[in-house]
Design a protein around this ligand. Structure first.
Ligand SMILES: [Zn+2]
Length: 455
């Protein structure tokens, strides 16, 4: 490789879905594209009851080579118990595509002097995670917010963020203008969501710059798609059919930060004269997102179609002082287990897995419904799935699998690369690089930690 060539090093997201950490270097300018944690991160050495020790910073992580040992990236504090000496930041910025943890979680280890760039909505989503005590702590950083249309000049690079449609608000792809030509990074995206127009706009712009290289996600690149996948309007329609034809309670399970899914259930609720019952955490998130006028979410405090479910506290009561400060804000909209029991045909309730024990108090009528609106389990031996079904059987709830993926199908992935026509492509966030290459010959097979010239 010639010394001054623009190059890419993939420190994460290689042969796995998630954990993207991509270093782009253009002579003396270096930026990371995402700095996430993979879904299987540390699973060989750690489990729910054996975790890396927080006070040891990166010490326990480096022991098992769980994060790349690179100089000029991590904070002094995080390196204190490692054999990697601290060095001043050698990275000019980190660009976050969206707020899913497999794209952002490891920024907690970064030197606070490395500027972080992300969408306005992404910052709000991160704040909500931190404020509601979700064990999320992204650390202190220099935050820079962007929107579509911005052109961020950083050393030899100009970075153009462009909003795309994904299963979380404020997701972006990037066109990075390097000294050798434009490089496109998709982040995570889909072409069948409610804002597919955003993705189409991104693809059009990416194609127009005639990129020398493209880094493309490949989540659904697989020999055979075994799971049922709908579009978001189909999710709404199918859910509507379930709700319209029952006089029992309807519970839903879906990713808390998938606002498109929230909207689908919100609309189904309105159409069927049922109130949407959300958690205080979701109410907090919505309240946060109101600040981003582009997202147009309802205000849980003002909207009559929304109520907020509170769990009983230790005292067996609902004393304000027993709840976190952030939770108390929504108590005017409070409903409890007795309310849900009495109004089963008038509600659609968010019930994530961690809240299942509430069913004991709610005592839903036999034949009530659970709409499971998230990915099906990866394996048949999935313990959580077995436990969930045991609960459903116990309470005689009817199970419905109704989900729209956050990612494009295999056919659309291939189509997208062919439309954009990069000279060279790199597939991240996928378990099937080889298969992807059989459809797109411009694909360069990548290995973790290796450096590749962009052309
Ligand atoms: Zn994602």
């Amino acid at each position: 490789m010639v010394k001054d060539q623009t190059k890419l090093t993939f420190y994460g997201g290689v042969n796995e879905i998630g954990g993207n950490k991509i270093l782009l270097q253009d002579r003396d300018t270096k930026v990371f594209l995402d700095f996430g944690m993979s879904f299987t991160f540390g699973a060989e050495y750690f489990t729910s009851w054996l975790q890396p020790r927080g006070i040891r910073g990166l010490g326990d992580y480096f022991e098992f080579n769980l994060l790349p040992k690179i100089s000029g990236v991590y904070s002094k504090e995080m390196l204190a118990y490692t054999n990697l000496p601290y060095a001043k930041p050698d990275v000019d910025g980190v660009f976050l595509s969206h707020a899913h943890f497999d794209h952002i979680a490891h920024i907690q280890f970064l030197d606070p002097n490395i500027p972080i760039f992300m969408g306005t909505g992404t910052k709000l989503l991160m704040e909500s995670m931190e404020e509601t005590g979700n064990l999320a702590d992204y650390g202190e950083h220099i935050w820079n917010k962007f929107r579509t249309g911005h052109k961020i000049k950083i050393g030899n690079l100009t970075v153009e963020p462009i909003a795309v449609d994904h299963s979380i608000p404020a997701a972006y792809g990037f066109i990075i203008h390097t000294s050798e030509g434009p490089v496109v990074y998709t982040g995570d995206l889909r072409r069948h969501g409610p804002r597919k127009d955003l993705t189409e706009n991104f693809i059009e712009k990416a194609k127009a710059v005639e990129p020398i290289a493209m880094i493309c996600e490949g989540t659904r690149m697989a020999e055979k798609e075994t799971r049922q996948n709908y579009s978001e309007p189909q999710v709404q329609e199918l859910s509507n059919q379930i709700v319209a034809h029952t006089d029992k309670a309807v519970f839903t399970m879906h990713a808390n930060r998938d606002i498109d899914r929230f909207r689908s259930f919100y609309e189904v609720g309105k159409e069927n004269n049922r109130k949407l019952v959300i958690t205080p955490k979701k109410a907090h998130l919505l309240t946060k997102l109101i600040a981003d006028e582009h997202l147009n979410v309802p205000d849980p405090l003002k909207d009559d179609n929304i109520v907020v479910y509170y769990k009983k506290k230790k005292s067996g009561t609902y004393n304000e002082k027993d709840y976190f400060l952030w939770e108390r804000k929504f108590m005017d909209k409070m409903v409890n287990c007795e309310y849900i029991h009495k109004n089963q045909l008038k509600i659609i309730m968010d019930l994530d897995f961690f809240q299942f024990a509430e069913l004991v108090d709610i005592k839903p009528d036999a034949g009530s419904h659970l709409i499971h609106s998230m990915s099906e389990p990866f394996s048949e031996e999935d313990i959580a799935d077995t436990v969930m079904h045991n609960w459903l059987n116990h309470f005689k709830l009817q199970f419905h699998q109704v989900h729209a993926s956050g990612h494009m199908s295999k056919e659309q992935l291939v189509e997208t690369v062919k439309e954009i026509q990069p000279k060279r492509a790199f597939a991240v966030h996928t378990e099937n690089q080889q298969l992807f290459k059989t459809y797109c010959s411009c694909m360069q097979i990548i290995e973790q930690g290796k450096t590749y010239a962009v052309v």
